[in-house]
Design a protein around this ligand. Structure first.
Ligand SMILES: [Zn+2]
Ligand SMILES: [Zn+2]
Length: 438
């Protein structure tokens, strides 16, 4: 305490006006001081040796920051802990300053001396999703991508072996977790390294107790049976810290969730819109499984499982053509090149059907269930609204129950055949197929 006080005093005596002016963004005051004595910018705060740039960045003072950078202030100046102004801006969630610093050439590949962390670790640790996205997009275009490789940067380890994904999982930031996974973070990365056992992001999520994080890691293929350095699986970690709901999902004896089929080439090449549809289908399918698991363990259902959301989906689907596999959901996904359509749930079930082996996937990927043709691409189907006359002439329009099984045909199959073809083909007359079937 006494030491802290003396630091503050020292700072106050040396430059009592400069740093408060920097912190509160008083551009004119700072400019006047610099005019009078340019060396004032070489000053640092007493204890942590923060430079003027650190103080402006941490407080989100873009104008002051720009002024300093215009005076060719070293953008990667280090404080006592070898933290750059960029790290402090990320830590405090000052996205504007993060953008400005990166634009001015700040390196995203600097390591602090506390835990050897990068700015990406900081973003994941503090859960600043906007900063995280700015850094990831910078990593695509800066020399880091060329020299280090983007994938290596995303999976960069700190002094304890933790990747940014570990930190996002530990500190309960599902959004950051998702952005990192989406950018190639390895879901089974271990803090051990070099063959030694260590904690995976799933262990960290079990420790942190975020159901969203656990759910997401499992859906991205995290292994429930991997051991940490003390021989524990994530399930035991969750139990130890009394995160019951997480433990229920992590219990190796409970039903395994559907896993996002990332090794499939056409899945890795999905456009944003199609990807969003399929991810939503994955979440919904897993939530159904989760309900059963949590019910068995007397856990309250997840708040995300609201009935009203289900109703919305049903009404959305009501004016679209039904999927001819499940007769339950609207056709939202189109297979290329054949053009057959089905719902996102069935598409996903098809892709997740067998355990994917990256080595052989290229040879035995899923095929279109209608024509057995290979799938090269999945797109969002163009909405073909059923014409008014058709709706009127089919009073037997089946009621959709979202609880019906994917693979089981609906009992109202016959009434459906009047409504449409089996396996819709976009932009083609499908009447012939209908005739054959009837
Ligand atoms: Zn379907
Ligand atoms: Zn087809």
């Amino acid at each position: 305490m006494g030491q802290r006080l003396s630091c503050v005093q020292q700072q106050h005596e040396e430059h009592g006006v400069l740093f408060p002016a920097l912190a509160s963004g008083e551009l004119e005051v700072v400019e006047a001081m610099v005019e009078e004595d340019p060396t004032v910018l070489e000053h640092t705060t007493g204890c942590d040796r923060l430079s003027p740039l650190h103080v402006a960045a941490a407080n989100g003072r873009i104008e002051v920051l720009s002024m300093l950078l215009d005076r060719s202030f070293n953008v990667d100046v280090l404080n006592r802990h070898k933290q750059t102004p960029l790290m402090l801006a990320v830590m405090h969630g000052k996205t504007g300053c993060v953008e400005k610093l990166i634009h001015a050439g700040a390196s995203i590949l600097m390591f602090d001396s506390i835990r050897r962390r990068t700015c990406l670790h900081y973003a994941a640790y503090y859960g600043n999703i906007d900063c995280l996205k700015v850094i990831l997009s910078a990593a695509h275009s800066t020399p880091v991508a060329d020299s280090w490789g983007f994938a290596r940067f995303v999976n960069i380890r700190d002094g304890n072996g933790a990747t940014p994904l570990h930190l996002a999982a530990r500190h309960r930031w599902p959004e950051c977790l998702h952005a990192l996974l989406d950018n190639g973070a390895l879901v089974c990365a271990s803090t051990g390294g070099y063959g030694y056992p260590g904690s995976t992001p799933l262990h960290m999520a079990a420790r942190g107790g975020s159901l969203d994080c656990v759910r997401m890691l499992l859906a991205w293929g995290a292994d429930r049976l991997q051991l940490d350095s003390s021989g524990k699986i994530p399930f035991s970690v969750a139990l130890k810290h009394k995160h019951k709901a997480c433990a229920a999902l992590l219990d190796p004896s409970s039903a395994a969730p559907l896993v996002w089929p990332s090794p499939l080439k056409f899945i890795s090449e999905l456009n944003q819109e199609a990807k969003a549809l399929l991810e939503k289908a994955l979440q919904e399918a897993n939530r159904e499984r989760e309900k059963t698991i949590l019910k068995e363990t007397d856990m309250p259902p997840s708040p995300l499982n609201s009935e009203s959301e289900d109703d919305n989906i049903a009404s959305e689907a009501s004016d679209m053509e039904l999927c001819c596999i499940c007769f339950d959901q609207a056709c939202t996904i189109e297979v290329r090149p054949c053009g057959h359509q089905m719902c996102a749930h069935c598409t996903l079930a098809l892709c997740c059907h067998k355990k994917l082996d990256p080595a052989t996937t290229g040879l035995s990927g899923p095929v279109c269930p209608f024509c057995r043709g290979s799938i090269l691409q999945l797109l969002v189907a163009k909405i073909n609204k059923i014409s008014d006359t058709e709706v009127e002439s089919s009073p037997m329009k089946p009621r959709r129950s979202r609880k019906s099984n994917f693979s089981e045909g609906s009992s109202s199959f016959k009434s459906l055949s009047a409504m449409g073809s089996f396996g819709r083909i976009a932009g083609r007359n499908s009447g012939k197929i209908t005739d054959e079937k009837q």
